[in-house]
Design a protein around this ligand. Structure first.
Ligand code: ADP
Ligand code: MG
Length: 701
């Protein structure tokens, strides 16, 4: 059946009509035949098999059993009564249980008469029992003509109120198969189908809606998931290729004296292999005539800063300016201090621009930027102000991308005639395949190796009731000369309470760690930037031993002598945030510790988070768990989730299919970039159809 027919508005399908059409549209987004065809069941009720009671397993999902009730009784229990029936077949006995509607059931059930029952079994006190089973007399059951594997479609309250039940939807889909004779045009090439042993499109669509058996259902699911992820990858890769062709970039073809001198004489340590590899990848981009758009992922402490510095040197060697943006003032300051120190005696000029830089100090910065005297500008959002004009910005580096939106990223583009090369650095590890499918327009580099000599951080989970012991531990560490962070959660919704917790906590620490033996800093968002910096500085210099703070210290802050991170109310933090916080310690040669403090009452999800943190230091592993707990939409923010409007595949659960889809999409486009070969016409055509019809309704409604 051709694609145009499937674009027929749903109102024309027999059995629909204007009212139902409207409900289908508003509730399920079904506008045309195609949408109904692509409404895939959430799950299936398997009535292809009959179980014997002796075959039941504790792990069974829904089961169907033929047998009869031989006895029925009411059992009194503390919280009300329940009705219990003894149900037998020729292999054993089990119980059926009702908590609701007991009278009706008692009056209507027939003893010693063959029934077919269906439902979920529990193993309870040594017997299997089925609560509230679906029941049908065997005689009726035999007469009934039924689908064996019943699809269960997504539903909403409004749908059921309007009488569009699961059965109605299934009937409508049947009607669609009648009208199309069940023939749908193939959308994957023969080569791919053979190689991956995929069933045909028509067979897959039939079996996803009316599975003949488990095996065909699995094949249908695999084929449709693969197809969906394959075309998603095709789109992303195509976008990336187009981007590279269209958007010209400055060509940094020279590796000049600045870079070479730094590499030979100023590098404070040997680069790790991962750092070397990433710098190579960046250099290849910068010399490719296309604009670089690269995401640099590296766990906290993996050494992204030096990569940023060396990339800036490449820009300067080629006669361009560079800027580095950080999400907070503290971090911008720290970058400024660190980078200025690295570039000491190189003749490279570097300035800091943040919200708290005074007007009088800004003017010369603006001037030097415009006349090209200034090589590097480091700062916060302040860099994006219209007044800030570069002579020739060739490179923009964004640290900790998750705080900057896409809009801000693109704002940098308009600072120059051509867009600068962009390097986005993040310590939020995104599982690689997921990153590839979400940031298809960015190339990705990963620093997957920590600098040598780091001791893994020891992480423990302690309850509030153990606080005294924790304080003693802090005291011991401070006596050894170490410094300690104590971090409190702060979220907007409960800001007032959170500040109170912070101040209470601060006071109790001040009491337990009295001056002059102990010096304590505090940093939070309500303080003036100058005060924050002052407190931060004292801690960085080692004048204070304890830093009490909210999450403002989450990103980037580098104090190698700090070896203990206490996270208060740790259950209120997400996994990636906990991991980020932990990354503030373990930066020096000493053994470091992270202590997660919580109350005794924890949700099971919070428990998983604590256990994961205790079990591993690996940011990617943590990201995988985080992804499973929260789903990709949350991980990315709203930024990209619209793009992932997947109908059948699940980016987390179907990760392996995703990898294979990406592999085949890349292979195909490498071999035939403009899809000219005859054997790829099917794919070319389907791709065109997909992008033509995709989202068209979003513009209309
Ligand atoms: P992040 O990736 O979290 O931004 P940084 O760039 O701040 O990490 O680096 C963390 C620490 O590791 C810094 O003190 C830095 O000087 C140090 N460092 C970075 N690379 C190396 C290396 N190859 N060998 C030794 N120390 C390194
Ligand atoms: Mg950093």
């Amino acid at each position: 059946m051709n694609a145009n027919f499937l674009q027929t508005p749903i109102v024309y399908l027999k059995g629909v009509g204007p009212n139902r059409a409207e409900t289908l549209q508003s509730e399920l987004g079904i506008h045309v035949y195609q949408d109904l065809l692509n409404l895939f069941p959430n799950r299936y009720i398997d009535k292809t098999q009959y179980y014997k009671i002796s075959q039941l397993q504790k792990s069974n999902a829904d089961v169907q059993i033929a047998g009869k009730i031989v006895h029925i009784k009411t059992v009194e229990q503390k919280r009300g009564k329940r009705l219990v029936a003894k149900f037998i077949d020729d292999t054993g006995e089990m119980e059926l249980v009702w908590f609701r509607g007991q009278k009706w059931i008692r009056d209507n059930l027939k003893l010693n008469t063959p029934y077919v029952i269906f439902g979920k079994c529990n193993w309870f006190n040594g017997v299997f029992s089925m609560p509230h089973p679906e029941m049908e007399l065997l005689s009726d059951h035999k007469k009934g003509l039924r689908l064996h594997m019943q699809p269960v479609y997504p539903s909403t309250e409004k749908l059921s109120n309007k009488g569009i039940s699961n059965r109605v939807i299934s009937k409508l889909i049947q009607q669609l198969f009648v009208e199309t004779k069940g023939k749908f045009s193939e959308s994957l090439s023969e080569g791919l189908r053979n190689e991956l042993k995929l069933i045909s499109k028509s067979e897959a669509l039939f079996n996803i809606h009316f599975p003949k058996n488990q095996e065909l259902l699995a094949k249908a699911q695999f084929r449709l998931k693969f197809e969906e992820l394959f075309y998603l990858q095709m789109q992303l890769i195509a976008k990336n290729m187009l981007h590279k062709q269209k958007i010209k970039g400055f060509n940094f073809d020279q590796v000049g004296v600045r870079f070479n001198d730094f590499y030979a004489n100023k590098l404070p340590f040997e680069l790790t292999n991962a750092q070397k590899r990433v710098i190579k990848e960046i250099r290849a981009d910068l010399g490719s005539n296309a604009q670089m758009n690269r995401l640099l992922q590296g766990d906290v402490g993996s050494g992204k800063t030096i990569v940023a510095v060396m990339t800036m040197l490449l820009a300067i060697d080629n006669g361009f300016q560079a800027c580095l943006m950080a999400p907070t003032e503290i971090l911008a300051n720290q970058h400024y201090n660190g980078i200025s120190a690295l570039l000491k005696d190189t003749g490279i000029t570097c300035e800091l621009l943040t919200g708290s830089v005074k007007k009088s100090a800004r003017k010369p910065i603006h001037e030097k930027l415009e006349n090209g005297e200034l090589h590097i500008l480091i700062g916060t959002h302040a860099i994006l102000e219209d007044k800030v004009k570069f002579k020739n910005l060739g490179l923009a580096i964004i640290d900790e991308q998750h705080r900057f939106g896409v809009a801000q990223r693109s704002k940098l583009w308009h600072k120059n005639e051509y867009p600068p090369h962009i390097l986005v650095m993040t310590a939020t590890p995104i599982p690689r395949t997921l990153a590839m499918s979400l940031y298809g327009d960015l190339d990705i580099s990963v620093i997957d190796e920590l600098p040598p000599g780091r001791k893994p951080i020891k992480t423990v989970h302690r309850y509030d009731t153990n606080r005294l012991k924790v304080f003693q531990f802090i005291r011991d560490e401070i006596k050894k000369g170490r410094q300690v962070y104590v971090v409190y959660p702060l979220i907007q919704e409960s800001e007032a309470l959170d500040y109170k917790d912070l101040m209470d906590g601060y006071e109790s620490i001040v009491r337990d760690f009295p001056q002059p033996e102990f010096q304590i800093s505090i940093v939070h968002g309500k303080m003036k930037p100058a005060d924050k910096d002052y407190e931060m500085e004292r801690f960085v210099k080692g004048e204070t031993q304890i830093m009490v703070a909210t999450t403002v210290i989450e990103v980037g802050v580098n104090v190698p002598n700090a070896s203990v991170m206490i996270i208060e109310s740790a259950e209120r933090f997400g996994l990636s945030q906990l991991h980020q916080l932990r990354g503030r310690v373990g930066r020096g040669a000493d053994q470091s510790y992270c202590i997660l403090m919580t109350g005794h009452k924890l949700s099971s999800e919070a428990k998983t988070r604590m256990e994961t943190m205790v079990a591993t230091n690996d940011g990617f592993e943590i990201a995988e768990v985080d992804l499973k707990l929260r789903g990709p939409g949350d991980l990315m923010g709203t930024q990209q989730s619209g793009m992932l409007n997947l109908k059948i595949a699940d980016i987390v659960k179907d990760n392996n299919i995703l990898k294979s889809a990406r592999y085949y999409a890349l292979k195909l486009l490498k071999d035939d970039p403009s899809l000219k070969k005859p054997e790829n016409q099917i794919i070319r055509h389907s791709y065109a159809q997909l992008t033509k019809y995709k989202n068209i309704w979003n513009y209309i409604s």
